[in-house]
Design a protein around this ligand. Structure first.
Ligand SMILES: Cc1cc2nc3c(=O)[nH]c(=O)nc-3n(C[C@H](O)[C@H](O)[C@H](O)COP(=O)(O)OP(=O)(O)OC[C@H]3O[C@@H](n4cnc5c(N)ncnc54)[C@H](O)[C@@H]3O)c2cc1C
Ligand SMILES: *[C@@H]1O[C@H](CO)[C@@H](O)[C@H](O)[C@H]1NC(C)=O
Ligand SMILES: *[C@@H]1O[C@H](CO)[C@@H](O)[C@H](O)[C@H]1NC(C)=O
Ligand SMILES: *[C@@H]1O[C@H](CO)[C@@H](O)[C@H](O)[C@H]1NC(C)=O
Ligand SMILES: *[C@@H]1O[C@H](CO)[C@@H](O)[C@H](O)[C@H]1NC(C)=O
Ligand SMILES: *[C@@H]1O[C@H](CO)[C@@H](O)[C@H](O)[C@H]1NC(C)=O
Ligand SMILES: *[C@@H]1O[C@H](CO)[C@@H](O)[C@H](O)[C@H]1NC(C)=O
Length: 578
């Protein structure tokens, strides 16, 4: 008696466990064309060489491989089989891993905000919060893109990586709160960027399994593409023929054993090198290859290919500010699902529950807002020292379970208008360049933050949200309550009144939408060709003046596909009229 019962229960449990496994192994594509750079030839030749297998680079290389021989060089490893990347609940695990082989490379801007950049095939789409949403029709128009081809490119991406999230109780309350405070209409679930409140897409499927830009390589022609991992490009090689413009014709890359390889373009007028190394990587690599501000390059003993003062200029990061609202009742674990698109240039989003961000130790974590990943809004940016981070992490680890019940409502601003610049620290491509974003240097950015935060406050006080905050707790007390808790979201004011301007500046964090450095019209032309040199383009987030949509990844992937199509058809036309 009893034994059979246990067996039955055990069997049922195993059954449940097996059936709810995300079937990760089935989702791992077998890419016969993906190799470790250590196995690469010393010298090889291609029609196209794409530098950076990130969010833009993967769809771009896949598209070009339909008709041409393509080499895709990625400095990081494969995302497949790494639960830190694949599982929604592990958000932040990769971001908190600061080892040299981590899929994320931490950097700290001169502003003092701690930030991260990707180092893995699939790029930022392997680290991000998954929210998937298109750019506005106005953004598409102003970019000069063809609207029909843009839509087709988005659809091409969405077939593989975009899903509708299952919106649970806490996210629903935020959505209803947004509508209640006037961010209307309620547009339901849509990828489109329209004023009002909506549920957007996500790259996490219904099992919480992440689909990344690397999955878009399923579209590649396996016989015409080569993807090399752990392949760090050190330099683009230029040929300068007598009196003509410098022409990119090859790259130097190193594998993980430090061995040098060279890849060249095959002879032919239309073969090209395309840089898709991201907003930090692309301007950095152009500079390392002699394309940049002459004075600055000279200071690093870099031979000048082209004096181009705009390379590294116009670097922006959209500031993010957030308020944590402890909940009297349990909440789901969610990353971003709902967004309020206001008419004053502020976007309101939210995340809830304990997203496990660390290896070992406590599973309790504030996810997107965890000191483990470098987010620390309790002290102004420049005071976010390693010691401050360590202290906050320890405090977080010692919090009671109940303290994590709740969620963050955040706002980020459109644009931004404020911008800064990027400079080399050394000639080592592995070392982060120095970057300055000048958050809120333009007063219009600050005003948008203040309006966004006052809207967040209204949502917190809305009827729809009332089930998820403690009753009888006005905002100042709410902020002050978190201030007296080990995780403190209230900045210490010299001024006892709660100035939202000061709150914006003191609690500014990143939402990792940084962009710029190789802007259209400054460094590249409308076809993303690098001005002043031949056979070289830049296609990725570094070309943006403003961040597209409420969150950029959909448009970054779209741009990779779009430019792949555009380059192929431009070439076809040119070949026909020859
Ligand atoms: C934590 C986090 C959360 C985010 N959340 C969201 C979100 O929810 N929704 C959203 O839309 N966006 C989000 N984003 C932003 C979005 O992911 C990025 O804007 C986007 O991935 C940038 O794409 P990219 O192609 O410009 O650069 P990347 O994707 O970074 O690609 C650049 C690639 O180039 C490689 N590389 C760089 N230098 C070299 C070199 N010298 N040699 C070889 N390879 C090189 C890098 O390893 C990388 O793989 C988030 C980003 C992060 C980091
Ligand atoms: C490539 O091979 C080297 C040497 O064997 C190894 O150290 C490295 O981890 C490999 N990289 C990948 C992405 O498999
Ligand atoms: C592209 O799709 C959007 C909706 O996602 C629509 O508003 C727009 O009109 C479409 N553009 C074209 C040119 O079809
Ligand atoms: C460079 O071009 C000029 C004019 O086109 C020519 O006179 C000269 O001989 C060329 N020099 C070399 C080294 O090719
Ligand atoms: C996952 O992340 C943890 C914590 O950051 C780290 O210790 C571990 O090595 C990572 N695992 C992989 C496979 O990258
Ligand atoms: C914040 O808390 C402190 C100490 O508990 C108290 O002295 C102060 O009046 C509070 N301020 C506000 C604005 O609630
Ligand atoms: C204190 O805050 C108020 C309200 O935001 C502001 O007007 C005032 O300038 C601040 N004073 C100081 C000394 O910072």
């Amino acid at each position: 008696m009893g034994v059979w019962w246990w067996k039955l229960l055990f069997g049922a449990l195993v059954g449940i466990l097996l059936s709810t496994q995300p079937c990760a192994s089935q989702k791992v594509p077998r890419y016969t064309f993906m190799h470790n750079a250590t196995t690469a030839a010393e010298i090889s030749h291609y029609d196209y060489i794409v530098i950076g297998g990130g969010t833009a680079g993967c769809p771009l290389a896949a598209t070009l491989s339909k008709n041409y021989n393509v080499l895709l060089l990625e400095r990081g490893g494969s995302p497949y089989g790494n639960p830190n990347i694949s599982n929604l609940a592990a958000f932040g695990a990769a971001l908190s891993d600061t080892s040299p082989t981590s899929p994320s490379q931490r950097f700290i801007s001169q502003d003092g905000v701690i930030n991260s950049r990707a180092r893995v095939l699939g790029g930022g789409s392997c680290l991000n919060a998954g929210f998937y949403t298109r750019a506005s029709p106005q953004y598409v128009r102003e970019a000069g893109w063809d609207g029909k081809m843009v839509n087709e490119s988005y659809e091409w991406v969405e077939k593989i990586v975009a899903f509708e999230p299952e919106v649970k109780q806490w996210q629903s309350a935020v959505r209803d709160g947004l509508v209640e405070v006037g961010i209307v209409p309620n547009n339901g679930f849509t990828y489109d960027h329209i004023h009002g409140t909506k549920v957007g897409g996500t790259i996490f499927d219904q099992h919480g399994y992440r689909h990344t830009a690397a999955d878009l390589l399923q579209y590649a022609n396996p016989t015409r593409i080569t993807v090399l991992l752990d392949a760090t490009v050190h330099r683009i090689l230029f040929r300068v023929k007598n009196g003509t413009r410098p022409k990119a014709h090859g790259v130097v890359f190193r594998d993980s054993l430090g061995r040098r390889h060279k890849a060249y373009l095959k002879e032919g007028p239309r073969n090209e090198i395309i840089v898709s190394a991201g907003a930090l990587g692309s301007p950095q690599l152009l500079m390392l290859s002699g394309v940049g501000p002459a004075e600055h390059l000279r200071a690093h003993n870099i031979k000048i290919t082209l004096d181009q003062p705009s390379v590294g200029q116009g670097m922006s990061d959209n500031p993010m500010n957030a308020i944590f609202i402890p909940s009297p009742v349990p909440v789901e674990v969610s990353l971003i699902e709902v967004v309020g698109i206001t008419d004053f240039g502020s976007y309101i989003e939210a995340a809830s529950g304990e997203n496990f961000a660390g290896g070992g130790g406590s599973p309790r974590d504030f996810g997107m807002f965890s000191p483990r990943i470098g987010q620390l809004s309790t002290v102004p940016p420049k005071q976010r020292t390693p010691e401050a981070i360590a202290k906050a992490t320890e405090l977080m680890n010692n919090l009671e379970e109940a303290a994590f019940r709740g969620g963050f409502i955040l706002e980020k601003i459109i644009g931004p208008i404020s911008s800064g610049h990027l400079e080399l620290r050394s000639r080592d491509p592995n070392e982060n360049p120095s970057v300055t974003f000048n958050y809120f240097s333009d007063p219009r950015d600050l005003e948008r933050c203040v309006k966004g935060l006052s809207t967040v406050e209204k949502i917190i006080e809305s009827k729809a949200f009332s089930g998820f905050r403690y009753p009888n707790m006005p905002i100042p007390m709410l902020l002050n309550m978190t201030a007296s808790a080990p995780v403190n979201l209230l900045p210490k004011h010299t001024n006892s009144s709660l100035s939202l301007e000061q709150f914006c500046r003191d609690t500014v964090m990143t939402i990792w939408h940084y962009h710029g450095g190789c802007q259209v019209g400054k460094v590249v032309d409308g076809d993303y060709k690098v001005l002043g040199v031949d056979s070289l383009r830049v296609v990725d987030g570094s070309t943006f003046k403003d961040s597209p949509g409420t969150n950029p990844q959909a448009t970054v992937m779209m741009l990779g596909r779009y430019m792949g199509l555009e380059i192929s058809s431009q070439r076809l036309r040119a070949d026909q009229t020859r």
